[in-house]
Design a protein around this ligand. Sequence first.
Ligand code: PEP
Ligand code: MG
Length: 845
Amino acid sequence: MQNNPHTTLITATAPVSPDTHGGRTKCLQRLVRLDLPVPRTVGLSFEAVHNIARGDMPDMPLLLSPFEAGELLCVRPSSEDPDWGGPSAILNIGMNEARFDDFAKRLGKDVAASLYARFVHSYSIQVARLDPDVFDEIGAEGEASLSAALRAYEEETDEPFPQDPAAQLAEVLRSMARAWDGTSARLLRQAKGAPADAGLGLVVQSMALGFGKGECGSGVLQLIDRETGLEQLTGRYLSQSQGRDALESGTKALFLERDARGPSLEELAPEAFASLIEYARLMRQKLREEMQVEFVIEDGRVHLLDGVRVSRTSRAAVRSAVRLAQDGIISRQEALMRVPPSALNELLHRQVDRSVASDVMGRGVAASPGAATGRIVFSAADAQACAAREEACVLVRRETSPEDIRGMHAANAILTERGGMTSHAAVIGRGIGLPCVVGATEMRFQLRKKLLTSPDGRVFKEGDIITIDGTHGEVLAGAVSMQEATLDDAFQTLLTWSDAERDIGIRANADTPADAQTAKMFQAQGIGLCRTEHMFFEDDRLTVMREMIFAENSEDRRAALERLLPVQRADFTELFRTMAGMPVCIRLLDPPLHEFLPSDHAGHRALAEALDIPLADVTRRVEAMGEYNPMLGLRGVRLGITVPEIYDMQVRAIFEAAIDVSKEGMPIVPEIMIPLVSAKREVELVKMRVDIVAAAVKAETGAEFEYQLGVMVETPRAALRAEDIAENVSFLSFGTNDLTQMTYGLSRDDAGRFMTEYVRQGVFEEDPFHTLDVDGVGELLILGAKRGRAARPALTLSMCGEHGGNTESIAFCRAAGFDYVSCSPFRVPVARLAAAQLAILDHLQ
Ligand code: PEP
Ligand code: MG
């Protein structure tokens, strides 16, 4: 049998591997190799199980040959990854009338009936597919239940309960193999990341009964707490029991360790307890994983039936990986490779405090972790309006589409009626760290009437407060108590180890001091992009900004800019201070000026009043500034060249702030970035003025300072002409948002209208604004990088578009020799870990 890889006795040398026989089979072999007391087990390969599903049974006498005649057996699933699940285990195969009599003589009728009834139950429901309700009513204790179960089986099937153990086993194998091939099982495991053709192995194991004389029973044990990953002996044991009975509520299960709350296995069977702990520790050490052990005690002797990786939260997964490395069981690199970067998202967000009761009004798919409270809004536009009023809101949609993107950014959480883990709302929610519940189909969504009805009939209207728990897929009425993100020591340690491995820098895009604080908390190595225009949208500045825009001549413009100067200087001072000497890259004003002007009549009137000029003047000027295609019009460096006073003011504010903060002992070398460049001459002109302002500030203050000038490469021409552009600058930062827009000739703001269709019809594999188009935009990046470095080998290269935090973009930038990527502050930890994993993988190859 050992030479047949498809039906093999599990010995130390049996030919089994996780990808042919599944994780459980391989784990059992490891336990056998450790000489641990594992009952005799035969493993069936994926291929054997696949054949069984098609009706091609293995050689049953051969399969049964390692077991003693009359021995009871169990069958368990063994998928490649334990998380992919599988059909439930079936215990006590081989029970029949004859065995019942034997057991009744040896162990008493009650035990014999329990063993038999458990098998009849499982067989009836899982193999014969009879109505579970019938058997639930019967119960599983005692002879009367057994007779009732056997009778129910006969009535439902018109056949007596099968008595031949080999036939029973064959049917069990067949039903488990077929269950794996069923549509719902396939969809379920695909949702957990399994490939469509994932295989299932099965193990046939001789039963350690858990019933009998002396101390007998069953239980489970693990060495950590599954929520936190902290060291904590966890589990239960139940005398005279099987399977996972000890875990079922309402039983008289014992604690494992001595416990003030009640009796424990440690007191009842100290030797068995001590062996269990020893085995569990050995398993952790040798299997290099936190394992849950399923065990049976028979007359005081321990049997290990199974070991599976402890199913745990992301928080516990991080701590487990770190502890295993700290204990020298795995390397730091392996610890880093064990945590999927996206798992950090769960630790990064606020969560509902589950210890406090809450009012669950609906449920759906837990699509993006974290929790947030806000007022219900039913459209993206309303979400934006809420954000403008600084009110938290929950965007409620039937499903979201790219047109909702801005609203999603404005919302604090998303709830959709339709969708699953990979639907638009789910993917975007996870990407931007927004709590999200999708597929809440039991709730009634009436978007026109602006009503949301819970399954119990309660009606919630626009403006009502609800909470989205994206970690658990729950919708809660009202506000609830929250737990802040758990950036515990294990999380920090893992990221510190990441930093030691990775070979590409990670900075954050941060526009405000609050963003910068977050960036610093997540240990970004500086700010890669500060979009200064956001600073002008605040109320106290907006009017001055508008005054500046409306100035008739250079003098008036200067006067308005002089009022803006101290405000900008204060912004930059705070930013530099927060980042404490780390690099800060400030982009000079980018958007077209009319973005700062009101667009409706009421706004025009208010502006006329504020500036004390006739309404007609305001309307005329606003109209005159309008452009057919503003994103390709007077913006970015074009503004810097045609209205140079604005950049002069910004550059002065940067230098003065740098001097102030440097005096506090934090030497600042500001990085000044010019947006939307497409020609060398643009850079020369701006550089000339920047140098003049620098010289003036130095002369006025007597202070010396350095600065770096760079260009944001976001037009294709800038990438193509990087060689001459680089002559005048020390860095190039690729703005892949605009670069994607201009490479495709595809409006960032309007693409949503047809993006879904384009992806559906396979025109684009993915939305290129979310996933970097490595073929087209990527080629421009590579060209730009090569040409830039040809002119200036020490040129710093980076990416600062929204793509910056994605693993695949980081991989691309590393390969192209970039110095750093810059992404939103919340994605910094994910990017740090992803970058470390890429470096480790490279070294392994
Ligand atoms: C870009 O264009 O990629 C960019 C980062 O700038 P913005 O999104 O502000 O245009
Ligand atoms: Mg841009």
